[in-house]
Design a protein. Structure first.
Length: 128
């Protein structure tokens, strides 16, 4: 897995989003090296953290009347479905496929922050 570190280049200036992203990056940084039982627990923790982060973003979009909310929420739903699938694969004993899915997350997260989340942060900042 490529190294993923939350740094100033990914900070959006919205504390709740930046803190959530930092937690997700920390989980992603350590998850691949974990043995099976810990990996499975970390996957569930990652899914919970993503669900909380994405719910906060969805709430922000609703609160500001964000015009691109439907598209942004669809990306969130897709990610949550992928995480659910990874957890289901683990439960079915297919650890290698679940690990492959988790290894793809850093690139997705970084791209999402640099595009959709950045646009949301700009829209929210412009309303202040």
């Amino acid at each position: 897995m490529d190294s993923i570190v939350f740094g100033p280049d990914l900070a959006l200036g919205i504390p709740v989003m930046d803190q959530s992203h930092r937690i997700i990056f920390d989980l992603l940084q350590s998850i691949d090296a974990l043995p099976r039982p810990a990996f499975e627990e970390a996957c569930h923790q990652l899914a919970e953290e993503f669900a909380q982060d994405l719910a906060e973003e969805n709430h922000l979009m609703e609160a500001i009347g964000y015009p691109l909310a439907a598209t942004h929420r669809a990306a969130h739903d897709s990610l949550l479905a992928s995480l659910d699938q990874a957890c289901c694969l683990l439960a079915a004993g297919d650890e290698s496929s679940a690990r492959r899915m988790v290894r793809a997350l850093p690139d997705w997260v970084e791209a999402h922050i640099n595009t959709m989340d950045l646009a949301l942060a700009i829209a929210a900042s412009n309303l202040k």
